[in-house]
Design a protein around this ligand. Sequence first.
Ligand code: HEC
Ligand code: HEC
Ligand code: HEC
Length: 133
Amino acid sequence: MNKKLFFSLFLLVALTAALPLYAANPPAPTGEKVLKVADGQKAKRDSVKFWHSKGHKDIACVQCHHVVENGQPVFKSCNADGCHNNYAARKGPDSYYAAFHSPDKRSCLGCHRVEFKAGNKNAGTKCASCHTP
Ligand code: HEC
Ligand code: HEC
Ligand code: HEC
């Protein structure tokens, strides 16, 4: 096999292998996403409006979509089965409340606190920064 052919084949294989990396990461949804408790659960606060754009577009997907399968983040709702769907607990990995308010940087409030302290006042830390009618 001559060098040129070998190199072309090598490139083809490398590109084919890399394809799923691009195909698997869909663009982030545009527009407003309303986050609220599951049907049948009683909410104490106003629901939360979230945008992938505004403020969050430069954050890596995996920072929030932190379950990784085959090297790719899994995109599903926070309270999907087996995730943060324990509405009674205030703490722990399955706690719905903790997913959004724990000091962990993956949680909304956790990250906003760090950002706010660093001087980014647009990352709100008051209840009403996120819970709005
Ligand atoms: C890893 C960090 C991080 C996480 C996690 C995060 N945010 Fe933010 N958020 C930011 C930063 C930084 C800003 C301010 C961006 C700017 O400078 O405008 C922001 C801004 C916002 C704003 C104001 C947007 C605007 O400009 O009107 C809202 C509302 C918001 N976030 C809600 C949420 C909610 C709800 C979650 C969880 C589902 C969340 N954020 C998770 C970093 C984060
Ligand atoms: C700051 C946190 C954050 C970042 C960064 C982020 N997302 Fe999201 N994403 C969310 C939240 C919160 C939801 C709504 C989850 C819910 O409905 O419970 C969501 C929902 C989604 C959904 C819909 C899932 C479903 O079935 O309900 C897709 C697809 C998605 N994101 C893709 C992306 C991609 C692609 C990126 C990176 C380019 C990204 N997200 C970055 C927080 C984030
Ligand atoms: C950075 C965004 C953010 C801030 C700030 C925030 N929350 Fe939340 N909170 C959320 C998200 C997202 C949810 C999940 C969506 C929902 O259920 O409304 C949630 C859910 C809740 C829930 C469970 C659902 C319900 O309504 O009963 C309670 C209780 C709650 N928050 C209380 C608070 C209180 C109290 C504060 C102020 C100390 C606060 N939150 C500040 C994002 C935030």
